[in-house]
Design a protein around this ligand. Structure first.
Ligand SMILES: CC(C)(COP(=O)(O)OP(=O)(O)OC[C@H]1O[C@@H](n2cnc3c(N)ncnc32)[C@H](O)[C@@H]1OP(=O)(O)O)[C@@H](O)C(=O)NCCC(=O)NCCS
Length: 194
């Protein structure tokens, strides 16, 4: 695993190298590839995500998204990454550490998506395995959480494969595809690494 500082517009943000994948913060030049992959994957992703605003894939919405990300990063609230296949730098998905709470919690939550053509190739497990040491190392978190719908078999399989433990069940936890949905709660603790 390696953490590098990127050069260019995201000077202080890390790139993270994992097995077959590389994670780095989104940049404005990613818009076309990101929008094409999201459009291509629309029916694969939308059942599991918050409702996409109508203009979500436009360049303007992407610019606003990057602005929001930059503010969240500056305030140590969230760190969004795009996931690229190292072999050819193809964009394969996204992985975000969000909802960071410091103080006595030192916790954050991950959310992730993979483009439909790249599903079930092990890319998201590699990406999560690369991000978790960054959370417990440079970001000094104690706890990384994840939540998923009880019928999201792929997400449950992913979390259990990479070492997250199931901790509970939260009613009406997140608004997914327009409805408040119960979620399974998972977490990995810094101590679980030893
Ligand atoms: C969940 C998701 C990110 C997994 O990404 P991925 O790159 O395909 O996952 P991986 O290839 O690393 O697979 C990891 C494990 O997840 C499980 N899994 C992944 N896809 C699966 C599928 N179609 N059916 C059953 N299990 C699956 C398996 O346990 C797999 O391990 P294995 O291949 O060794 O059996 C992807 O399916 C996705 O984006 N789904 C739609 C959006 C979504 O659900 N987001 C998460 C909301 S909580």
């Amino acid at each position: 695993m390696a953490f590098f500082r990127t050069v260019g517009s995201n000077d202080n943000l890390p790139s993270i190298v994992g097995d077959r994948v590389m994670l780095r913060p989104p940049q404005s030049g990613d818009h076309a590839e990101w929008a094409a992959l999201r459009e291509l994957s629309r029916s694969f992703l939308t059942p599991w995500e918050p409702i996409w605003p109508e203009d979500d894939l436009t360049r303007g919405a992407f610019r606003r998204r990057l602005k929001r990300y930059a503010e969240e990063q500056r305030n140590d609230l969230a760190y969004p990454f795009l996931v690229f296949r190292r072999q050819d730098n193809a964009l394969v998905g996204g992985l975000t550490l969000a909802n960071i709470r410091r103080g006595v919690a030192q916790a954050g939550s991950i959310g992730y998506w993979i483009g439909a053509p790249f599903a079930r190739h092990g890319y998201m497990s590699a990406a999560v395995r690369a991000l978790v040491p960054y959370c417990f190392g440079p970001l000094r978190l104690h706890r990384v959480e994840a939540a998923c719908l009880p019928d999201n078999g792929p997400s449950i399989g992913l979390l259990e494969k990479v070492g997250f433990k199931r901790e509970g069940y939260a009613r009406g936890y997140l608004c997914i595809n327009g409805a408040w949905e119960d979620h399974l709660l998972y977490a990995q603790l810094a101590d679980d690494q030893h």
